[in-house]
Write a protein that binds this ligand. Structure first.
Ligand SMILES: C[S@@+](CC[C@H](N)C(=O)[O-])C[C@H]1O[C@@H](n2cnc3c(N)ncnc32)[C@H](O)[C@@H]1O
Length: 217
């Protein structure tokens, strides 16, 4: 997949895929969007629930590693152990991974440098397991407190925003666990409800009207 780097409104990088006419993040601000949708609405919501560590996070679409990076930094800040599993069908090349510019560059290098298909303990607070697989073929082995659903937009990948996929992810969550995503499209909310989720619309990031937090009952 051909990809180009672009700089977003908050100065952080994202990737643009010309073939899909799609970016990896909001062009208004990659870091700001990730903090809002995944960290604030997902990670912080889940960590507030009284559950023993580690907090288990599943990410759909590892991509640039930005969500993993921000989660690792937050886990360190809070001194709260996190197990982070990420599914990715089209990993970045080594050259692409080395060219991304985000805060804490050295930490990002560790995320991209570690091997795939097995859990790697990167620090006492952060274990990463990257899986090079299509979400449609992925079978979750364990349970998670939070899912970051960060696939390309529903218009680009309708097959991923489907009730059948959400049903699999619903089963992968603990009761009370949450799935967060940047899209609040009607068809997405409907598919989430069909899968059994209780769907909540929240204010979106960077001027976007809405995002979604979906809760496993
Ligand atoms: C919107 S980007 C977000 C990436 C990442 N979360 C980030 O912050 O850079 C969507 C990601 O989903 C990945 N992806 C697309 N189709 C997929 C599939 N069928 N299974 C797993 N990952 C997929 C893409 O390669 C891309 O990395």
């Amino acid at each position: 997949m051909r990809r180009q780097f672009i700089i977003t409104g908050d100065g952080s990088h994202t990737l643009f895929v010309p073939e899909l006419n799609e970016t990896y993040h909001s062009t208004r601000g990659a870091v700001q969007e990730s903090l809002h949708v995944f960290l604030q609405a997902g990670f912080h919501y889940a960590i507030a629930a009284p559950a023993p560590p580690p907090l288990r996070v599943l990410e759909v679409g590892f991509g640039t590693g930005l969500n993993a990076l921000l989660t690792w930094l937050e886990a360190e800040r809070l001194n709260f152990p996190v197990y982070y599993e990420a599914v990715e069908k089209y990993p970045l090349s080594e050259k692409e991974a080395a060219a991304i510019k985000y805060p804490e560059q050295e930490t990002l290098t560790h995320l991209h440098g570690c091997c795939w298909e097995m859990p790697v303990v990167l620090s006492p607070c952060f274990t990463l397991c990257k899986k090079h697989i299509d979400l449609l073929e992925y079978v979750p082995a364990g349970h998670f407190e939070v899912i970051y659903f960060d696939a390309f937009a529903p218009a680009v990948q309708p097959g991923l925003w489907h009730a059948v996929v959400f049903c699999k992810l619903y089963q992968a969550l603990v009761p009370g666990g949450v799935l967060v995503t940047y899209s609040a499209k009607g068809t997405v909310k409907e598919a989430l409800r069909d899968a059994g989720f209780e769907v909540h619309r929240l204010p979106g990031a960077m001027g976007k009207r809405h995002m979604v937090r979906a809760i496993r009952r």
